[in-house]
Each structure stands twice: as structure tokens, then as C-alpha cells.
Design a protein around this ligand. Structure first.
Ligand code: ZN
Length: 150
């Protein structure tokens, strides 16, 4: 048994959109976010290890909703200390009242800007939940590793 196949760190591979099985190849057809209509188009299978990437069941949508809400409230962490959060502020950085309103606007804008990445990340999370490292048979190329020998 050889271990010269270095196993890339799962989280790094996930955030850089690599195949969950071999963690080497990109899983999305387009490496860049654009054009947006092809944003979440996955390759049929990984070109390095042959792992099936397309699944009708991939509901990144639910994960995406959760991520969106998390990011929305994470913005509180920096906004609150900097600008405060109230309906009746002392005149401050943003010129006075309604800092909670500004928070809603700014946080919504950030979430919208991050949305393309979140949509991809949620699909990645789904893949990583269901496909473990070395899941594809082609990762291990030793002769007697075929699945039909019991
Ligand atoms: Zn792969």
C-alpha cells in the first residue's frame, strides 16, 4: 500500500470547489463565476477520478438558504460594534438615526454580492456530505482494488 497520493485538506478543497473524492479537479464547468447562468453547472463526472458529480438530488438550495441567513447575521458582528444598532442613535458615523435600517440595507447588499459564491459553496457542501475522500474507485489504482472481489 502506498500513500504517495497526498490527501488534500477537506475544507480547503471544499472552499476552492475541488472534487470531493480526489480533491484535485474543479467540479464546476466554469472555473470563474461568469457567465452567471452557468454558475452552478457541475461537470458530469470528475475528469481526474471519474467520480459522478451530477445528482438530481443535489439540493444545495436548502443549504444555500441556511448559509445566506448565517452570513446575514454574521454581518452584525462587525456592524454592531462599529455603527451601533438602534432606531434612535446619537448622531454618528452615518449621520444619526436608524442604524438598524442601515444594517438591513448593508447586510442585504453583502449577502446579494456573496450569493454566487454561496450558491456554489452550498452545492460543494452537499457533495462533501455525500461523497467521501477516495469514494471513486479510480483514486486507488492498485490492481486488486476493484469492487467485485469479496
Ligand atoms: Zn475527482
Amino acid at each position: 500500500m502506498s500513500s504517495e497520493n497526498k490527501k488534500p485538506f477537506a475544507l480547503t478543497a471544499m472552499f476552492t470547489m475541488k472534487c470531493p473524492s480526489c480533491r484535485k479537479s474543479n467540479v464546476f464547468v466554469n472555473k470563474s463565476m461568469f457567465p452567471l447562468e452557468k454558475l452552478v453547472v457541475l461537470k458530469d463526472e470528475c475528469e481526474v477520478c471519474g467520480e459522478r458529480l451530477k445528482s438530481e438530488k443535489n439540493n444545495g438550495g436548502g443549504i444555500n438558504y441556511a448559509l445566506t441567513m448565517i452570513l446575514f447575521f454574521l454581518n452584525l458582528l462587525w456592524y454592531w460594534p462599529v455603527f451601533g444598532l438602534s432606531y434612535k442613535d446619537e448622531p454618528g458615523v452615518l449621520g444619526g438615526a436608524n442604524s438598524i435600517f442601515y444594517y438591513l440595507v448593508i447586510s442585504t447588499a453583502i449577502v446579494l454580492l456573496a450569493q454566487p459564491y454561496l450558491m456554489r459553496l452550498s452545492r460543494m457542501m452537499y457533495l462533501y456530505l455525500y461523497i467521501g475522500f477516495g469514494h471513486s474507485k479510480r483514486v486507488d489504482t492498485t490492481p486488486n482494488s476493484s469492487s467485485d472481489t469479496i
